[in-house]
Write a protein that binds this ligand. Structure first.
Ligand code: BES
Ligand code: ZN
Ligand code: ZN
Length: 507
């Protein structure tokens, strides 16, 4: 999506559609709407009244301008209470407009940011508008028949989007907002595409191909190491290989690394670890059909890491960043790992298999052990780890667990600025006995079905040593089963990409 900033008066701009914001608690929805209404001879307010438009966040009306201004239509977009305006309100409001315009034939659109940026900076304002606009326009349509008159690759209905801002031409902040939105949206689309790809295509070697492509495109700025089964065996990654044992597809361990020219941040080395189960059938303790239906999503953590790496040169963090993925299917083949098996992870700890469907943490045991050996300042893992986390926090909120308060606070800040919601769960020692093994050091399924997100987090903690670490259980937000957030279409959401980018930019 190509968004340009322009300096113009909204009432003079030529476009198929002009979007202006309106606030529920300002007279006539605020100065902007009032100005346009004057040119309309009061028609805009009459329309608003007859449509019961009250300016609530995300509510909008579309009105033909019948030649009163150069724009052909005006969309009056509700932004809610002026005092409650936030970047997430903007993302969702603009998302709701774009979700609605998807597939419709318009060619130019102008968005006025006049009068919006009162209590948030113009940089934040423009970035949020551009993000809401672009993220809502995403479509995974490569498997759909071409529709008449439109090529399937090109579903963008707007050739040009103009963002009108008073200081568009002079403000570096505005340009920065647009550029950052373009980067974060492209990286999010990268992750969404990978998650939406069917699991029979998106097998472990497919993730390897993506990692290699990312490294190749970076012209030496990103390095990639790939370990096959034999190499993993040599490195003692028996936990990861146990999960892979039942799969027809070959497993691969992926390690991407990015080194900036100069490291100038306090955090010098960061490891991002993604759960990379390309399909989770549950293994021998196979999932019931309904729960298995969406299990191509189980590599969403890996997709987020790859999404970030696809744009890491542009993000240009001031630290070394490592991306780590143990990629395999979890399948019930004749060599599949079995309940009661005992496997040793590469940090030496033994794991008793209580349940073959708790496979993510078994693969992560080796990914986190590997990450720890790199001696990073922090490790952040993203994993579609437990149904229990969804029971606790619902479909839109990630469970954050961490052994380090400072790191957890930084992640919460990035969640707040990106709008990617999370809530911290306590990694309390009182529950540690629930993951004790009978004949091994730890057990991969908790002795109680209660507190399943926390016991999974405690299990992971066994593999990070003393390294500051944060675990994001993204089982809910990684996949949109129903329409909830306006700028998140059904399917893979790309959750985590924007949060991680924000984190990397702020270190
Ligand atoms: N991949 C699933 C978790 C999941 C469930 C992600 C629903 C997204 C949506 C994970 O591997 C799993 O199956 N976990 C089990 C663990 C249990 C057997 C201890 C679960 O949550 O039921
Ligand atoms: Zn599972
Ligand atoms: Zn899983």
């Amino acid at each position: 999506m190509n968004i340009k900033t322009v300096k113009n008066d909204p009432k003079n701009i030529k476009a198929d559609i002009l979007v202006i914001g309106g606030f529920s608690n300002l007279p006539n929805f605020g100065a902007e709407a009032t100005g346009i209404d004057k040119l309309f001879g009061g028609m805009l307010m009459l329309e608003a009244e007859s449509a019961n438009f009250i300016g609530g966040a995300g509510e909008f009306i579309s009105v033909g301008t019948v030649g009163k201004i150069p724009a052909k239509r005006v969309i009056l977009l509700g932004l809610g209470d002026f005092k409650a305006l936030s970047t997430e309100v903007l993302r969702r409001a603009f998302g709701s407009v774009f979700k609605n315009l998807k597939g419709k034939k318009f060619s130019t659109l102008a968005i006025s940011s006049h009068g919006i940026s009162k209590n948030i900076s113009s940089y934040e304002c423009v970035k949020a508008i551009a993000e809401g606009t672009a993220l809502a326009s995403y479509d995974f349509n490569k498997y759909k028949k071409e529709k008449e008159g439109r090529k399937k690759e090109k579903t963008e209905n707007f050739k040009e989007i103009f963002l009108i801002a008073k200081d568009a031409l002079t403000s570096k902040q505005i340009k920065k907002g647009i550029t950052e939105a373009e980067i974060s949206c492209a990286a999010t689309f990268y992750a969404r595409d990978l998650v939406n790809e069917p699991a029979s295509i998106c097998v472990p070697v497919h993730l390897v191909a993506h990692a290699r492509e990312i490294a190749k495109a970076s012209k030496g700025k990103i390095k990639v190491k790939i370990f096959n089964r034999e190499e993993c065996k040599k490195r003692g990654m028996d936990a990861f290989l146990a999960v892979a044992a039942g799969a027809g597809e070959e497993p691969y361990f992926i390690h991407l690394s990015y080194k900036p020219k100069a490291i100038s941040s306090k955090l010098k080395k960061i490891a991002l670890v993604g759960k990379g189960i390309t399909f989770d059938s549950g293994g021998l303790q196979t999932k019931p059909g309904e729960s298995m239906a969406t299990m191509k999503l189980d590599m969403a953590g890996a997709a987020a890491v790859l999404g970030v790496f696809s744009k890491i040169v542009e993000i240009s963090p001031r630290a070394e960043v490592h991306g780590i993925i143990a990629a395999t299917e979890n399948m019930p083949g004749s060599h599949a790992y079995k309940p009661g098996d005992i496997v040793r992870a590469s940090n030496g700890k033994t794991i008793e298999i209580g349940h073959t469907d708790a496979e993510g943490r078994v693969t992560l045991a080796d990914s986190l052990s590997y990450a720890t050996k790199l001696k990073p300042d922090v490790i952040i893992d993203l994993a579609t780890l437990t149904g229990a986390c969804m029971v606790a926090l619902g479909e839109e909120v990630t469970g954050l667990m961490s052994n380090n308060k400072k790191l957890a606070e930084k992640i919460k800040e990035s969640a707040e600025s990106s709008g990617e919601k999370l809530w911290e769960l306590p990694l309390i020692n009182e529950y540690r006995h629930l993951i004790k093994g009978t004949h091994a050091d730890v057990r991969n399924s908790g002795a109680s079905r209660y507190g399943g997100a926390i016991t999974a987090g405690l299990f992971l903690e066994e593999f990070v040593g003393k390294v500051p670490w944060a675990h994001l259980d993204i089982a809910g937000p990684a996949w949109a089963e129903r329409e909830t957030i306006s700028y998140v279409p059904l399917g893979g959401t790309g959750y985590g990409v924007r949060l991680l980018i924000d984190f990397l930019k702020k270190i």
